[in-house]
Design a protein around this ligand. Sequence first.
Ligand code: SF4
Length: 459
Amino acid sequence: MKETAAGFTTTSNTKAFDRSHRKTINFNMSKYNAAVPQGKLQFAELHLARERAKNIKWKAIETLDQQLESFEAAITKRGAKVIWAEDAAQALDAIKKICEEKNCKTLVKSKSMVTEEIHLNHFLEKQGIESVETDLGEYIQQLAGETPYHIVTPAMHKSKEDIALLFSEKLGTDPSLNPEQLTLVARDTLRAKYRQAEVGVTGANFIIADIGAVAVTENEGNGRLSCSMPKTHIVVTGIEKVIPSMHDLALFWPLLATYGTGQRITSYNTIIAGPRQEGETDGPEEMYVILLDNGRTNILANEKQRESLYCIRCGACLNACPVYKNIGGHTYASTYSGPIGAVITPNLQDLGEWKHLSHASSLCGNCTEVCAVKINLHELLLENRHEAAEEGLAPFGEKMAWKIWKIAMLRRKLINIANGSMKARVINTIGKAWTQHRGKLDFPKKSFNQQWKEKSGNK
Ligand code: SF4
């Protein structure tokens, strides 16, 4: 078993039995579960809205090259500079050059999973640049030295007591502070950083092709401050975030808000179409947009997997997944966790290394059921498994097990050689794989054939 897969199995085994983790997750997800049905009420035809969103994303992804070129042409006209990055190294190199040019010592950053994907904070730290997360959840995670636990709610696994303790350890605050007081502490610290920062980095929830702009959605106003207070604004975004027209936001904004947090609309929705224009009083002097591929064109080239590029990162599939709820986000050890992470990580990175994530599913289909843009997630998980098997990536033991299983299944007599108690002994004792977390199996004394013959009177 590969190291990543072995690590996943070990951590899953521990996390699934961690009651305190389960309690916090259940509590935080119960708030989400209560809010989402309320948000959904705003749609007269929810099913049609999701279908329409899927069709728009289908169109955008099928014409991705044209959409991105249209975006580049329009935003360039308004003074922004577009940089195409094939991989993380090219994106980081571009950011480094900009930071050097601006003599950047402090950089403020709003929540962005793409910058997690390229490990931007770690990279900047090595360059001697302080990179400060300004989203409260991300800020908490940065203080704790952890990666985001969830794509929408980075600190979902922490209780308010955990956070009060963390602030007291790292910032010297009173450990009995309540959530409002803790938020004010973070706010004071971060406001100073906005004034200090030479560069602000944001992601993009959507790249708008027709008008040449990016749309950023957030609940705290930190994204807006990150892109407008520093003199230089860098957007780092995956190329799949494109939507053809600004009119499409009328559908995508409420859809993302409802499926992400249960809101009707997120508190701050900003459209940025370039740096400060002549005659304008605020905004950055310069704006760069880094369009990152980093494996996305591999997914685009695969007709079956292409659908996964429709994802708007609402996080609904994570909240609905029984596996995610038990093992938690960090167990995946990948930037994107939950069902969508299990689908795209093996394709963005390496199928051999990450295929085990596609097996971390009960295939109940709940992820597909709740997906804001109706991606057939559970079928894509099966497709990953299929592709891994086709490429011969299964370990030797697994291949042998399936061979033996096939021989036995095709020859009823072989299965009937062992009686019920022998079968029970084998399953209940060998490797304890079954009984480690489950009750013992008890097989019927008579085989299926014997019972069938008896019941049909053909003794
Ligand atoms: S796959 Fe669907 S449900 Fe999951 S994050 Fe993406 S859009 Fe949301």
